[in-house]
Design a protein around this ligand. Structure first.
Ligand SMILES: *[C@@H]1O[C@H](CO)[C@@H](O)[C@H](O)[C@H]1NC(C)=O
Ligand SMILES: *[C@@H]1O[C@H](CO)[C@@H](O)[C@H](O)[C@H]1NC(C)=O
Ligand SMILES: *[C@@H]1O[C@H](CO)[C@@H](O)[C@H](O)[C@H]1NC(C)=O
Ligand SMILES: *[C@@H]1O[C@H](CO)[C@@H](O)[C@H](O)[C@H]1NC(C)=O
Ligand SMILES: [Cu+2]
Length: 257
C-alpha cells in the first residue's frame, strides 16, 4: 500500500529542491594558503549613504586542525541605516567591480536561499552564507573570527572560495559592495622544484601569444541575465555536485521501485 506514495515521494525528491543534501565538512585544508579579499575605494551601490566605501576585508586560511577555513572578517564605515547587513561568499568574481557579476551565493549543494539559513544547523545552509551561519552585521564597524567547517581552501572542489568573491548586502538584499579573493600566501611545500614550471614557453615559429596564466581570473561568461541587485537564485551558482546528485535521486527512485 505504501509503494505508490514512496514512489511519488521519491519522484518528488528527484525532481524537486528537496534533493539538496547537507554540506560536507572539509578536512585536510592546506597549511600556509591564505586568500584575502579587500574592499575597493568606491561602493558598488551608487546610492550608498557613506563617504567613500565600506573599508575592510575577509581573509581565510587553514585552522590548526586543517578542518574547514578560519576566517577573519573586518569591516568599518558601514552605513548607519539599511541594515542589518548580510555578507556571503559568491560563486564568481566581480568583473570590473561589478557586484552583479558575482552571481549567486557559493552553493555547491544547490540548497538555494529559501528557507533562510538556520544557524543552529549550519550544514543545511548554503556554504557561502557566512552571515546566515555566523551572524549579520548591525553596527557601522564589525570584526569577527570564526572557523567555517564547510568552506574549502583546496582548488578544484565545489566549496573552494579562493577564485570567487564576497558581497555585503543591505537588509533588502541590494548589493552594497564586493571584493574578489586573491591568494596572498603560498602553501608550504617540502620541496620547490615546481618553480621551473613558471618559465614562459620558448617561442616557436608560430607566434600566437601563449598566455602565461600567472594567477589571472578566467572570467567565463556565466550568461547571467538578471539585471537586478537581488541575489540570483541558487541554481545559478557554480557547482560540481549536480550530476552525482541526479544519479543519487535516480537511485532513490529505482530503489523505491
Ligand atoms: C535597499 O536599501 C537601501 C538602504 O536603505 C536603499 O538605499 C535602497 O534603495 C534599497 N533598495 C531597494 C531595491 O529597495
Ligand atoms: C554588471 O554585470 C551584469 C551581469 O553580469 C550586467 O548585466 C550589467 O550590465 C553589468 N553592469 C555594468 C555597469 O557593467
Ligand atoms: C573556481 O574554482 C572551482 C573549482 O574549485 C571551479 O569549479 C569554478 O568554476 C571556479 N570558478 C570561477 C569563477 O573561476
Ligand atoms: C626553495 O628551496 C630553497 C632551498 O631548498 C629555499 O631556500 C627557498 O626558500 C625555497 N623557496 C620557496 C619559494 O619555497
Ligand atoms: Cu550575497
Amino acid at each position: 500500500m505504501h509503494s505508490r506514495s514512496i514512489i511519488t515521494a521519491a519522484a518528488t525528491v528527484f525532481v524537486g529542491q528537496a534533493l539538496a543534501t547537507d554540506a560536507i565538512p572539509v578536512t585536510g585544508s592546506p597549511a600556509g594558503v591564505v586568500y584575502r579579499a579587500e574592499l575597493p575605494e568606491e561602493p558598488f551601490f551608487a546610492g550608498a549613504d557613506i563617504e567613500g566605501n565600506v573599508r575592510g576585508f575577509i581573509s581565510g586560511s587553514a585552522p590548526a586542525d586543517g578542518n574547514g577555513v578560519a576566517f577573519t572578517v573586518s569591516f568599518e564605515n558601514l552605513p548607519t541605516s539599511g541594515g542589518p547587513f548580510a555578507y556571503h561568499l559568491h560563486a564568481a568574481p566581480a568583473v570590473d567591480g561589478n557586484c552583479t557579476s558575482t552571481l549567486a551565493h557559493l552553493d555547491p549543494f544547490m540548497r538555494g536561499q529559501q528557507p533562510p539559513c538556520d544557524s543552529s544547523a549550519p550544514q543545511t545552509c548554503e556554504v557561502g552564507d557566512l552571515s546566515g551561519k555566523h551572524g549579520t552585521i548591525s553596527s557601522t564597524s564589525f570584526t569577527a573570527t570564526y572557523t567555517d567547517p564547510y568552506v574549502s581552501l583546496e582548488e578544484g572542489v565545489g566549496a573552494f572560495f579562493g577564485n570567487r568573491s564576497f558581497v555585503i548586502h543591505y537588509a533588502n538584499s541590494t548589493r552594497l559592495t564586493c571584493a574578489n579573493f586573491v591568494k596572498v600566501q603560498e602553501p608550504i611545500h617540502s620541496s620547490n622544484h615546481s618553480l621551473t614550471s613558471t618559465r614562459a614557453p620558448t617561442p616557436t615559429s608560430h607566434s600566437h601569444g601563449v598566455p602565461t596564466g600567472t594567477g589571472s581570473f578566467t572570467t567565463t561568461s556565466h550568461g547571467s541575465s538578471n539585471p537586478t541587485d537581488a541575489p540570483l537564485p541558487g541554481a545559478a551558482s557554480v557547482n560540481h555536485f549536480s550530476v552525482p546528485m541526479l544519479l543519487m535521486g535516480l537511485a532513490a527512485v529505482i530503489f523505491a521501485l
